[in-house]
Design a protein around this ligand. Sequence first.
Ligand code: NDP
Ligand code: PYC
Length: 334
Amino acid sequence: MPIAFAELASLLQAIFLRHGVAPQVAQVLAHNCATAEQDGATSHGVFRINGYLATLASGWVDGRAVPVVEDVASGYVAVDAAGGFAQPALQAARPLLVSKARAAGIAVLAIRNSHHFAALWPDVEPFAREGLVALSVVNSMTCVVPQGGQRPVFGTNPVAFAAPCAGAEPIVFDMATSALAHGDVQIAAREGHSLPPGSGVDRHGQPTCDPRAVLDGGALLPFGGHKGSALSMMVELLSAALTGGHFAFEFDWSQHPGAQTPWTGQLIIVIDPAKTAGAPFAERARTLVEHMRAAGVERFSGERRYRNRQRAAREGIWLEEPQLAQLRQWAEQQ
Ligand code: NDP
Ligand code: PYC
């Protein structure tokens, strides 16, 4: 069943509102989730709604939290998300962050006491559309064993980057520092697929390709051995130690059955490339991309999503009929 973006966003908004989320927060989360589904980022699209609702029902996250923005220094903005979601905190701090980045050339946004349950690229891509370069990291829940370790310490800890590119869509990548995102393990378990070798271990620490073994007391591994492990450590430091948020291993949601949203922190660094020496940054970005294409690169990060976005604009967003029926039922639930 194809559904128009606006219709899906308004359906998701209705679901969040029905489940006690404040109107402003519902609008932000619904837009974020519909955007992920539109771009074919299915591990963080409507698949996540069940998790959002279970978490809200458990009392673990505050869907009505009002973020408090702090003007810390000329290049530093902090937000206490007050136990709510990270995206409304970003939205509240965004104008101050951008004005500081444009004035100083660089600015940091440190979000703490926040829950991030979504893809990270929607947080950075819009900066590139305004001519800015953005880098963001967020830590999640403990489910990744550091290289050389015997038990999980890190979250799946993604890194997302966006930069303007002259005459083209922004250059964007967004990747978990684990071999797979946890959402993809859940999808593999549901659909009965096995995982690529090297993705995870079972509850005894033995390598496994069975997603159920990873979910049932097992864990994921970092991508690329010690390199992904070092990046994941960096994400913990920047998202938690620097912001005042929790490390992945520091929060205890055991008293909130159904809770799935990590209660951690997020860092966003925004740079204004208008301060760059030499040719304009976006032109230089274009030069690099053209050289990569000339070298034979056919698939760039972000391109799959942009293609899906164009298709969704033409045809609508394709959802399975039972999935759509479930969303409508949630929207009507008392
Ligand atoms: P993928 O491995 O699917 O993709 C990572 C990046 O590589 C994307 O930018 C993707 O572009 C690009 N890419 C994929 N395949 C190729 C290829 N063959 N050639 C060139 N580029 C390629 O992402 P992950 O599974 O690591 O992460 C999925 C999502 O999960 C992310 O959005 C992430 O933010 C989210 N996540 C969120 C967490 C949270 O705590 N909130 C925790 C962990 C993950 P494209 O988008 O075009 O496919
Ligand atoms: O897919 O790893 C993941 C994830 C964790 C929190 C939100 N998404």
